[in-house]
Ligand binder design. Structure first.
Ligand code: NAP
Length: 286
């Protein structure tokens, strides 16, 4: 049976190693910069041993490099890769081009990126099942990675190297900027003296309700609010209040509003005339 090794025993490396071994994969070797996290990973898996990066490469058939993105290049060029092994990273932004030194040594190279956010090992173990993995590899490694994604309870898509950066920017919109949007909302609540933690508690049911609607009704039908209704009078009031209270939120409000108009049009509740009106309001200066 294929032997799997990990270089980098942080959040993603540890969660993948634990989940793969639970699914019957043979995780046998781990190396990391610090000894303690590597020992924690090895301790969680029967017959997994802590080694140097080179020893992991010599021992395993498939090696995941799960270091931070910026360390992948130095790890891959420092190790002497046995011909015929597979070297896979989990970066969302980098393509397999970064693994070129391994490919030149005769290794197969791949990308295995979970489209998910992981703040801790525990949360990663909980959230990997159900996530989509972006796979970049040639056969036969591609089939191995598809099988792994499925065994982890996930889905997969194939991605070309040239599409990797756009794919990663999509994750920034859906995850990182969602955090920013919530922060912008809580900033507005502070203008009427509700502290951030109380505001966040109040906003969460709204956010969860919106996510539920996206999941169950889908875009564009789930869109509600003044743009979906064509209420340009309400938008004017928002713009006026924002310019007085939080002028820094005016540019993102306008930009997001303009991006929302086509969604409202697609939903079919506003016509082109109302869309043009909304656009003019959102574009007009103070
Ligand atoms: N976290 C996420 O939400 C997420 C989601 C999808 C994909 N990813 C990808 O998964 C990969 C790992 O991310 P992560 O969040 O798991 O990072 P992480 O928690 O920071 O873990 C990185 C691990 O790599 C080790 N390391 C650093 N430099 C090293 C080196 N030169 N040689 C060997 N080990 C080294 C670190 O050691 P120390 O313990 O000494 O620091 C740490 O154990 C990245 O490519 C990231 O883009 C992350």
């Amino acid at each position: 049976m294929m032997k799997i090794g990990f270089i980098g025993s942080g959040t993603v490396g540890t969660a993948l190693a634990v989940l793969l071994s639970r699914q019957g994969y043979r995780v046998v070797a781990v190396a990391s910069r610090s000894r303690a996290p590597a020992e924690r990973l090895a301790g969680a898996i029967n017959s997994c041993r802590v080694m140097t990066s080179q020893e992991v490469a010599n021992t395993a058939d498939l090696i995941f490099i799960t270091t931070p993105d910026d360390a992948i290049g130095s790890v891959v060029s420092q190790v002497k890769w046995p011909s015929g092994c597979s070297v896979v990273h989990c970066s969302g932004a980098d393509s397999t081009d970064i693994l070129e030194p391994a490919r030149k040594s005769g290794a197969m190279v791949g990308g295995f990126h979970p489209f998910q956010t992981f703040a801790s090992v525990k949360q990663a173990i909980e959230n990997i099942p159900g996530s989509t993995f972006a796979l970049e590899a040639l056969e036969p490694l591609l089939t191995t990675l598809k099988d792994m994604a499925t065994a982890l309870g996930g889905r997969w898509i194939e991605l070309k190297a040239a599409d990797k950066v756009a794919y990663h920017a999509a994750a920034v919109f859906a995850s990182n900027y969602l955090v920013t949007l919530v922060k912008m909302s809580t900033d507005l609540w502070q203008t009427f003296n509700i502290p951030t933690d109380q505001a966040t508690r109040a906003l969460l049911p709204l956010i969860k309700g919106t996510l539920h609607n996206i999941e169950t009704i889908g875009i564009p039908k789930c869109l509600t609010g003044p743009i979906a209704r064509g209420d340009s009078g309400t938008i004017k009031k928002h713009l006026s209040a924002l310019s007085k209270k939080t002028p820094q939120l005016l540019p993102p409000y306008r930009l997001l509003g303009l991006q929302t108009i086509p969604v409202a049009l697609a939903k079919g509740k506003i016509n082109q005339q109302l869309a043009d009106e909304l656009e003019a309001v959102l574009k007009q200066s103070e």
